[in-house]
Design a protein around this ligand. Sequence first.
Ligand SMILES: [Fe+2]
Length: 113
Amino acid sequence: MAYGKPESGAMDASPMEQLLIWLREDLMGELQAINQYQAHIDNISDPEIKELLSHIRDDEKEHVAEITHLIARIDSIQQQKFASDHTVAPENRVVAASEENKALTVGSMFGRK
Ligand SMILES: [Fe+2]
């Protein structure tokens, strides 16, 4: 297992794996909070409260970015996955400059000519 949840009956996760599990759980909580604030914003008519909740929602988006970056610093596979935009066709992907000199894998070769 590479930084994933241990299977039932398996040995406990290493401290680094456990940290990543907690960070991913924290990330899920932040994403759920964004959705919850947005649902409340959409259903509240008071402009002052809407503005305050929008501010809080945007803070949660910052937390998502912070946790995402923290996960990428710890999990090199995740960092590799963030290095290129996987939402575009492979032939249109741009590989980050920091990834240019790394060993090639099947996945890292997308977007190269
Ligand atoms: Fe948060």
